[in-house]
Design a protein. Sequence first.
Length: 168
Amino acid sequence: MNHDLAADLHRRAEQDQAARRLMLETGDGRGLVRVDADNTAWLRQAIATHGWLGISLVGEQGADEAWLLAQHADRDLDLQRQVLGLLQDAVADGEAQPRHLAYLTDRVLVAAGEPQVYGTQYTRAPDGKLQSYAVADPEQLDARRAAVGLESAAEYDRRMRGRDPEAV
């Protein structure tokens, strides 16, 4: 395991989450944009050097944090698409969690204006409430979610809305 790389991932993930909390508290997203840009550039370089930052390289927590940085690299859809391919292989090799692949799959599809597969991505409706982006084949949604270790869509929706002070 590469402990230095894992420590760097941990520090970056903490900065990611702190910037998101600050934006929610203050409405000021400038720090978030800066942190995301820095993390995205760093992740691109780390992948070029090491390949996907999987479990055997950076541990379970590090792999979670690598996925988090990729998930939040929204200003670099090419990187997210690259990571999506790397994650497919990593999941098959036991180097990444299937749920990471599900979340990033949905993120990339939504960015492309396509219906999501796993129902993980939400947006704010005109009335200010959270709503899921469109989902392909909604009748099979819970089966797809279960196959990658996610809770039911109804439970996820309750959890998402429970986190959102404006959802009620």
